[in-house]
Design a protein around this ligand. Structure first.
Ligand SMILES: [Zn+2]
Length: 247
């Protein structure tokens, strides 16, 4: 009997250990009524259509290619798959906090859309804030993340200040929550102003693009290919977005 009781107590204790979740980064409902745009960079079958990828689009300042295939680790883990995984983890966290999530693509097995269309989709869906998720293919000796920030060019004029603030929050959380160092080769102290990206030039809601790390660096690649780290990166993004939307 005693033994059974002990076993029962042990079971309850172990169940409690399993079932009681860690305190969520975002309280349930805190993002109710908020719309968050997520743009997972590239797409899984972009490589199958070079002609579509080279289609010229207006990025707000100049003509450029529709998109690229993205990069990959030396081990062959593709950037589009990384972007898609982190985007889904981020969406789960945002939805758990009550947000509506709008997307630029609905799977990781398609082609496109082009980068200008991605910006328009999130604008059209009235996102309160958006994030473009990428990982870089930099020099193999370079490490770290960079948050790319918009420069005023007309369509995005009213969201520059908020985007820069968002970038600062994201930068501090990528260091503190995800443990990724700032880039050793891109931008200054983890931040880079960019005039050449449709996603930032054409946005009408606060937005940044994050290069989460360097897929061509072996130390970064270990993190970028790890689900545990991907969840940390998503948590860092969710925290920065929540800070922007509700303080
Ligand atoms: Zn990319």
């Amino acid at each position: 009997m005693r033994r059974t009781l002990c076993a029962a107590i042990t079971l309850v204790a172990s169940l409690a250990g399993v079932l009681v979740p860690a305190a969520p980064a975002q309280a349930a409902g805190v993002l109710s009524g908020k719309i968050v745009g997520i743009d997972p960079g590239h797409n899984g079958r972009n490589y199958t259509s070079p002609s579509f990828m080279s289609k010229q689009i207006w990025n707000g300042r100049e003509w450029e290619d529709c998109d690229t295939t993205g990069t990959q680790t030396n081990g062959g883990y593709a950037e589009h798959a990384f972007n898609w995984a982190v985007a889904n983890y981020l969406a789960q966290k945002l939805r758990a906090a009550g947000a509506t999530v709008v997307w630029t693509r609905s799977s990781d097995t398609g082609i496109g859309p082009c980068v200008d269309q991605r910006a328009r989709l999130l604008n059209h869906d009235h996102a309160n804030i958006s994030i473009d998720i990428h990982a870089d293919g930099g020099p193999s000796g370079g490490r770290g993340f960079a948050v790319l920030l918009p420069v005023a060019d007309g369509p995005n004029d009213r969201v520059i200040k908020a985007s820069v603030r968002f970038g600062g929050y994201l930068r501090s959380r990528m260091i503190g929550m995800a443990g990724m160092p700032v880039s050793t080769y891109d931008g200054t102290n983890g931040l880079a102003y960019r005039k050449d990206l449709a996603g930032l030039n054409l946005t009408t809601e606060p937005k940044v693009l994050i290069e989460c790390g360097n897929m061509r660096n072996s130390t970064d690649a270990k993190l970028l290919t790890s689900k545990t780290w991907q969840l940390k990166a998503a948590a860092a993004m969710a925290s920065a977005i929540t800070k922007m939307l509700v303080g």
